[in-house]
Write a protein that binds this ligand. Sequence first.
Ligand code: SF4
Length: 388
Amino acid sequence: MKSKPLAIYIHIPFCIRKCLYCDFLSFAVGSSPDRGWENRKKEYFKALKREIEHYAEILPEYEIVSVFFGGGTPSVVSERDIADICMALKTAWKFKEDAEVTLEANPGTVNSEKFKVYKDIGINRISFGLQSAHDDELKRLGRIHTFSAFLESYDMARQSGFENINIDLMSGLPGQTVNAWKDTVKKVAVLEPEHISAYGLIIEDGTPFGKMYGEGGQGVTPLPSEEDEREMYHITKSILDQYGYHRYEISNYAKTGYECGHNLVYWHRGDYLGLGLGASSCVSDIRWNNTSVFEKYISPETVDFGAEKETLSDKDQMFETFMLGLRLAEGVDLKGFAEKFDVDPLKKYGSLFKKYEGEGLLELKKGCAILTPKGFDLADHVILGFME
Ligand code: SF4
């Protein structure tokens, strides 16, 4: 029997300290070893291995096509713990020959020894959280590193033989000008990473930035105006075009052949299994989330993997297909849609397609529904139409 493809996400919820904008599920553990945290990390990795064994029994028919160590900051934990998890995954499932295995790393938390171990255990893609090439902006974000610390880490990764590297950037930062953003994008593009993600800053409630910049807040250093933010978004594509990157998703750019396989599984609505604290999964159109309570997750007595499952209705699945597929430059494959749902999308969404085509937001090309450049700008508005 042919194995089914599965993408695996492993959540590592530890960071050196919390960035001021961050609402990800992660704990600040400091830069020097703390016995309390060292013990809790040990318990966490034991729990992760229990979870891998649990799903290996339930989902034996799968083959791993990608693994993504995200967080948090996976590079703050011992490389030996990451190696143990890789080993547990390899014992549990077969890996596809060219499986993409990514580890998120933050500048200042890596060294040559770590990169050597990562390479030896099969990690073949490093994703650096840089955000900005300007130290004043990094400081305002509460990041732990400078641009030069990033350059050192990046060189180290290259020298260790990593040939597939992503760099995360963030626009719309406090005090950021359009020129400063241009400079960041160019400084990163000249390094020739294979992939660049460029997201806009989102102000999240419950974070220090939420208090500073949320409703009514001005912050000490103001955010860029909406026009400047829009301009930053537009120039990203034009600068990266010049450096040989193509935009394959609203916020993601790659050199040909280096699109992120793991994220493409999400955007194509493939099966993915999230392991670790608060991780989400969706396998065979059944979705669930792990507990976000650390003590509950690490205790074999209290943890209940995948306790609350939700089966997605056809309506939910169809909407998600458009919501995720329209973010991609390739759009939504209408033939694939018809085969999966036994519904002709041209009939079901005919009037919507017509409306958006008329507004210059969408086009039907080569059997796909694709957003135009103007449609990409108004993607949320178009996607909402499919929900209704
Ligand atoms: S390093 Fe990433 S996960 Fe950690 S606090 Fe900063 S933004 Fe959040």
